[in-house]
Design a protein around this ligand. Structure first.
Ligand SMILES: [Zn+2]
Length: 74
């Protein structure tokens, strides 16, 4: 699976509304003929935030911008 990058730096997708990384996206997966499993082929724009419980826009944030996890989480 390829990691998304912003300006060459590893980035993680997050919800544009709340910043959560707990998001789901529409995607195609292609079977790896080597039997390694399903490989992500294409990710579509439609996305859904499990924390907002609604469709959202994905924003890519640089790895160093990731917030520290605090409190009990969800
Ligand atoms: Zn959200």
């Amino acid at each position: 699976m390829r990691a998304a990058t912003v300006s060459g730096h590893p980035a993680c997708p997050c919800c544009a509304a709340c910043g959560s990384e707990n998001i789901l996206v529409d995607a195609w997966a292609r079977w790896d003929p080597d039997g390694a499993g399903w490989a992500l082929e294409t990710v579509f724009e439609h996305s859904y935030c499990a924390d907002c419980d609604r469709p959202t826009t994905v924003r890519l944030k640089a790895g160093e911008d990731r917030p520290k996890r605090e409190g009990p989480g969800r």
